[in-house]
Write a protein that binds this ligand. Structure first.
Ligand code: GDP
Ligand code: MG
Length: 322
């Protein structure tokens, strides 16, 4: 299982300071205190964004700072609050405090957010300190600093390659043929049927994880049957391998139907790299019989085309992580 990691520094906005000010009006020699309070600093949140499936974007940016609150103004004007900052993370991101390794949050659901650093409170202006005995206070407060924290993010992907196809496309057979080890399912709270995972060795000392996602059925995106739950797993794979049985009478239509399911469930899934593979090549004499366009053609029974398939997937995975 590839684990993506990133370490980032986060600082919430400082609170604005309250100010020292007295009313100044014509013909009013001694105006009362009117120093406004400072605004609150912006908070920083993590927010699950299902269009992401890696932590790669943190390679280009590791510092995140929310806006500070503005200082108070005269005429009892409170400073504007700093804007909150939302840092997008892919579903399946675990947040830990970098130094202690303390677990902070497990961000799974679309739209889920987590407050990671609280903005500082604004300081009070001198108007806030007026009392019957001190009607012209000269006291005011500075804003509180925003919280800061260094965090370690970790993304556990379900698998590198997810197999998607109609029942009987040959997914289980392919996984059994390619994988020499059955890893334990990552410690995720799977509330659904478990996808089967296998480790596929690619180059020397290198391997990737392939998941056999139980059969996609038409209408899955509408939640028919168990399809909806299977589709949830696909969100945590890097590459999608659409498998079409060679003896399918309408491969084109089947691919379209599968893609439609994916799209209706989550349009971002179609932006993920995907390949089309024709399985059971031993059952059809040659690829020339069909005009259908595919990336790979293989037989999990005879082994034909498997090497090309593995190499192709491995190359694509490496391209994704550079
Ligand atoms: P799944 O539902 O997609 O997991 O499909 P299975 O792996 O269970 O395969 C469905 C049927 O197709 C089984 O009877 C397999 O033996 C058969 N099958 C799978 N791969 C091949 C293949 O490459 N060649 C042939 N001839 N049969 C295959
Ligand atoms: Mg199966």
């Amino acid at each position: 299982m590839l684990i993506d990691q990133a370490r980032i520094y986060i600082k919430a906005g400082d609170g604005g300071s309250g100010i020292l000010s007295f009313r100044r009006e014509k013909y009013v020699p001694k105006g009362g205190p009117d120093g406004g309070n400072g605004g609150k600093g912006g908070d920083v949140y993590f927010k699950v964004d299902p269009s992401l499936n890696t932590l790669l974007h943190f390679r280009y940016r590791q510092h995140f700072k929310a806006q500070a609150g503005r200082h108070g103004q005269g005429a009892n004007k409170t400073g504007k609050s700093g804007e909150d900052l939302y840092i997008p993370v892919p579903p399946g991101t675990i947040v830990k405090e970098a130094e202690s390794g303390k677990f902070l949050a497990d961000l799974v659901e679309e739209g889920q957010s987590y407050l990671i650093a609280r903005g500082g409170r604004g300081g009070r202006g001198n108007a806030a300190f007026a009392t019957p005995t001190n009607r012209a206070p000269r006291h005011f407060e500075h804003g509180q600093p925003g919280e800061e924290i260094q965090v370690e993010l970790e993304l556990k992907l379900l698998a590198d390659v997810g197999l998607v196809g109609l029942p009987n496309a040959g997914k289980s057979t392919l996984l059994a043929r390619l994988s020499n080890a059955r890893p334990k399912i990552a410690d995720y709270p799977f509330t659904t049927l478990e996808p089967h995972l296998g480790i596929v060795s690619a180059a020397e000392y290198s391997a990737f994880v392939m998941a056999d996602l139980p059969g996609l059925i038409e209408g899955a995106s509408q939640g028919r049957g168990l399809g909806h739950r299977f589709l949830k797993h696909i969100e945590r794979t890097r590459i999608i391998l659409l498998m079409i049985d060679s003896i399918q009478p309408d491969p084109e239509g089947t691919v379209k139907a599968l893609e439609k399911e994916l799209e209706q469930f989550n349009p971002n899934l179609l932006e993920r790299p995907r390949f089309i593979a024709m399985s059971k090549s031993d059952l059809t004499p040659s690829a020339e019989v069909t005009k259908f366009r595919f990336d790979y053609r293989f037989s999990a029974v005879t082994g034909q085309g498997l090497k090309e398939l593995i190499n192709g997937l491995w190359t694509a995975l490496q391209d994704l992580s550079t």
